[in-house]
Design a protein around this ligand. Structure first.
Ligand code: ATP
Length: 513
């Protein structure tokens, strides 16, 4: 099955089982807006909990806040979002489809990289044992030609984006002979800038003065509270402020399911450090954040760093952690060294000092900032696509299973009486009444036990217990593991411990210490 088909199946699966629904579906939906269903919201909450606790609980010098979505409009002038939070967009005149110019170019580069990799694979097959990949890459004319094209395209793209030269961007698209994936033509409009912020009116004031924005990132809520938190929390550098919350962007191209949404959620942490120490902290956070992802067990090979070619003018280092989504490696999290840009700008625009008095140095300065910024929804997508499997079993049957990390799974335990009579439902209910105080459990007595296991596999429940007639006598139940499908008989009295060992968030957090 192709990755594309697998992705389609995953989307259908998440809808069928109550993870994710298109927003306003009975009104035919709303572009790039999604709702989380009964299981999706549990998964999302677990992801947020994992992130929050890894930041706020494991680090004594990181605290969390929850700032408002609406903020003073001057904040977005200070941050640069009013002037420069733009995407370069281009339309194809034949298909009437709109694209981000930089994304068209990045896709073009990715295609050339794919071609190179195919040539290398061909070479490997042809030369067998004697194949020297480095030499092949350095000498094969096809590979060299495509590598040169990539270099040239990257260089021109970075120069055009940095100089905000929209004509140069269009020229590059024409020179690379990029065609619209829908119409197949090169009939492009000029490139235009498009501001991604949503605006609305505050109270009864209309016009310029009443215009406020839905925040396009949560970070600014942290910067403007820097001093409040530092003072009231008696925080000493280095320290961090974390926040989880909604953000809104009027994305031009909203595709790929919940990868790019117009309303989404971010988990951001701003780490304030002494100027001069920022690159050291940047390296540390790069490593720490990758560890957080790897603990989820979705395979080291599915993550990579992508250091930025084009640095924002205020950043002195930036990298993305990319995940191997069903549509290729794409940004999941950004880590940026933002210097004193944000606090400096808010100091300038607000006229309030946003400094830190360093008792050791005996002087005041504006701290530097390392930011880690990750999308909750993109993490949901990463986790679901990393977990989704269509498996053929030994007995010839098939099952769809979500191999979610047990600490993230929405339902931890299914309690299943073998039959609906003879006192089995009562015992099952009794067990559940105790366990549901600690774990999200689901009770199910409908259909055959096999069917019930399949339903739990499909939603990713790590453990099932079956209560049978013997349970009434020996006070034992059958515990079934989702991944191995192994079953074992254990005393009811041991259930709490066994479930806890498997699903407690501790298993994830411990790997970060
Ligand atoms: P992209 O280049 O994909 O548009 P970005 O570089 O603009 O992303 P940031 O501004 O660094 O993204 O935002 C930090 C994180 O927020 C991203 O790594 C991503 O996980 C998440 N994010 C950003 N935009 C969206 C969106 N439209 N939908 C869902 N998540 C998003």
């Amino acid at each position: 099955m192709t990755q594309e088909d697998l992705f389609k199946n995953l989307i259908a699966h998440t809808k069928e089982y109550g993870y994710i629904f298109p927003s306003s579906e009975i009104y035919d939906g709303l572009g790039a807006v999604y709702d989380y269903g009964q299981l999706g919201s549990e998964l999302k909450n677990n992801i947020k909990k994992y992130w929050w606790e890894s930041m706020v609980r494991l680090n004594e010098n990181i605290v969390g806040i929850d700032s408002a979505i609406f903020m003073h409009p001057r904040i977005w002038e200070a941050s640069g979002h009013v002037g420069a939070f733009n995407d370069p967009l281009i339309d194809n005149k034949d298909s009437k489809k709109r694209y981000r110019a930089d994304v068209l170019l990045e896709d073009y580069i990715a295609k050339l990289e794919e071609k190179i990799n195919k040539d290398v694979e061909k070479g490997r097959k042809k030369f067998g044992e004697a194949f020297d990949e480095a030499q092949f890459r350095a000498t094969n004319p096809n590979v060299l030609r495509n590598a040169r094209k990539i270099e040239e395209c990257k260089e021109r793209m970075v120069a055009a984006l940095n100089a905000n030269d929209l004509d140069a961007l269009k020229q590059l698209i024409l020179d690379c002979e990029i065609v619209c994936p829908i119409s197949g033509t090169k009939n492009w409009t000029d490139v235009r800038q498009f501001n991604l912020m949503f605006s609305t009116q505050l109270g009864s004031v209309s016009g310029e003065s009443g215009t406020i924005y839905l925040r396009p990132e949560t970070a600014q809520g942290i910067f403007v509270n820097y001093l409040n938190v530092q003072k009231t929390g008696r925080m000493k550098l280095p320290f961090g402020i974390a926040q989880i919350g909604k953000a809104f962007r009027n994305e031009i191209v909203a595709r790929q399911f919940i990868f790019r949404m117009r309303e989404f959620e971010q988990m951001e942490m701003q780490f304030f450090v002494q100027p001069g120490q920022e690159l050291e902290w940047f390296a540390k956070w790069k490593e720490t954040r990758l560890k957080w992802h790897l603990a989820l067990g979705m395979g080291e090979e599915n993550y990579r760093y992508h250091d930025h070619d084009k640095l924002a003018h205020y950043a002195n280092a930036a990298t993305d952690i990319e995940f191997n989504f069903p549509f290729g490696f794409k940004e999941l999290e950004g880590i940026h060294s933002r210097t004193d840009f944000d606090l400096g700008r808010h100091q300038e625009y607000s006229g309030k000092k946003l400094q830190y008095f360093d008792p050791e140095k005996g002087e005041s300065y504006v701290p530097y900032v390392i930011e880690t910024s990750i999308g909750v929804d993109r993490t949901v997508l990463a986790v679901l696509s990393g977990a989704y499997r269509e498996e053929k079993l030994e007995n010839g049957e098939e099952r769809v299973v979500l191999k979610l990390h047990p600490a993230l799974a929405p339902v931890k335990l299914a309690v299943l009486p073998l039959v609906k009579k003879d006192g089995l439902p009562e015992l099952a209910r009794e067990i559940m009444a105790e366990l549901k105080l600690d774990f999200n459990c689901q009770y199910d007595e409908k259909d055959s036990i096999g069917k019930r296991y399949r339903r739990q596999d499909a939603i990713g429940t790590p453990l099932c217990i079956t209560v049978d007639h013997q349970s009434l006598e020996d006070k034992c139940v059958t515990l079934r593991d989702r991944d191995t499908m192994q079953q074992e008989r254990i005393p009811i009295a041991e259930l709490y411990k066994r479930v806890d060992e498997k699903v407690n968030m501790r298993t994830l957090l411990k790997q970060l210490m």
